[in-house]
Ligand binder design. Sequence first.
Ligand code: SF4
Length: 233
Amino acid sequence: MPRESHAARAARARQVLRALDAAMPVAHIELDYRTPFELLVAVLLAAQCTDKRVNLVTPALFARFPDARAMAPAPTPVVEKLIRSCGFFRAKTRSLKAMSAALLASHGGEVPRSRAALAALPGVGNKTAGVVTVHIGGEPAFPVDTHVRRLARRLGFSPSLIPDRIEEDLQALFPKEDWAQGHQLLVWHGRRTCFARKPACDRCVVAALCPKVGVPKAEPLAKSSPRPVRRRG
Ligand code: SF4
């Protein structure tokens, strides 16, 4: 099979996005939230947990601790009890309280719109920061979670397994205005069709555009890439 040029890959990537958008026009984040703070908390809780479970837990949590001012001094046992079913509840409680204290100390209790400022908060990684900025209309990002990572590889958009490098490849393929929607559509497609095990290629709307159609098994979990990571300024 001839090597695909960057221009051809970018054109195919846009076709994929259009097809996914036509098939899933309602794709949206599946975590419930009303404010940027609630979104940040929900995304933190969703680590190693389903969105459905997080949505069961957050109404009671947000009723008691709706913002950074309330969460920072919250009694640890109370928070732990409220979020216990999300898993890793001790570490997540520490993160929620430390993150809230940092918001108060450095941002007046508000969630910053800058990805770098978000990623500098305790317990907030680059992916979480990207998901939050995308949904609060902050700095543009194409955050890479487990679904985006798998689909970027299967669709031939990035050969890497390293999230920062995958994001660079995706950002180079799509115009900036498509990054947020591209992230959301790949997540939805990964959850509903392109499963890690046994992807449903027979009913996939982008099968004709996918070099891995019929892929039989899960992708490898980790592999180093010889390409150095470019640091964003
Ligand atoms: S054809 Fe199969 S591997 Fe390719 S995107 Fe669709 S479900 Fe995933």
